[in-house]
Write a protein that binds this ligand. Structure first.
Ligand code: IMP
Ligand code: MG
Length: 187
């Protein structure tokens, strides 16, 4: 039940690094509802497939689709590029394939965060080969100053600075995904 766990916490300490509150649960929910309304308005008449990129997008995906008020389907697939580090390895591996039929469908890729853009570029190329009707991308967070690839993100929750963030699905060495709000590394 929301409200039982006290958040945001004042700070989160990981070794000698300190994370401080950045986006509250209320800010995240409000923006997610706005994105869902926009998407619902633009996809009326078709049944889009929301495809979440595991693991990071699982909370955003579950909140987003509960604010969507048109018929839709969901699926997930899994990539790995970060290992347990804060810096991207620059490699992307496919760890879990899609189960749904992409041919002729309207696909909405759901990401937690776009950093260099490598993951999204890889995903878009993968999908384009499967002959969808359309492919769009929604990401809760984007680090515009970190983008290294020429990609289009159709729906953006928040543009954020190029600093590491945790919480609300986002991990640091697989931890902190269960936090309700988002925390940023302080200098
Ligand atoms: P990209 O391929 O460089 O755009 O990185 C995208 C993926 O890296 C995201 O889906 C996240 O899983 C992870 N990532 C990027 N920045 C952060 C961060 O600040 N915190 C946690 N995970 C991140
Ligand atoms: Mg991710």
């Amino acid at each position: 039940m929301p409200g039982v766990i006290k958040e945001p916490k004042d700070q989160i300490i990981v070794g000698d690094e300190v994370f401080v509150p950045f986006l509250t649960e209320e800010q995240i929910q409000k923006r997610t509802e706005e994105l869902a309304k926009q998407i619902s308005g633009e996809y009326g008449g078709t049944i889009p497939v929301f495809i979440g990129v595991l693991n990071g997008s699982f909370l955003f995906m579950s909140d987003l689709i509960r604010y969507v008020d048109i018929d839709c389907e969901i699926d997930f697939f899994k990539l790995s590029s970060y290992g347990d580090e804060k810096i991207s390895s620059g490699n992307v591996k496919l760890l879990k394939e899609l189960n749904c039929e992409v041919d002729g469908r309207d696909i909405i890729i759901v990401e937690d965060i776009v950093d260099s853009g490598l993951s999204i570029k890889y995903i878009e190329e993968l999908f384009t080969k499967k002959n969808p009707n359309s492919v769009k991308v929604v990401s809760l967070l984007v680090k515009p100053n970190s983008l290294k690839y020429n990609i289009k993100i159709d729906y953006i929750g928040f543009d954020i600075p190029s600093k590491f963030v945790i919480g609300y699905g986002l991990d640091y060495a697989q931890k902190y995904r269960n936090l309700r709000s988002i925390y940023i590394l302080s200098e």
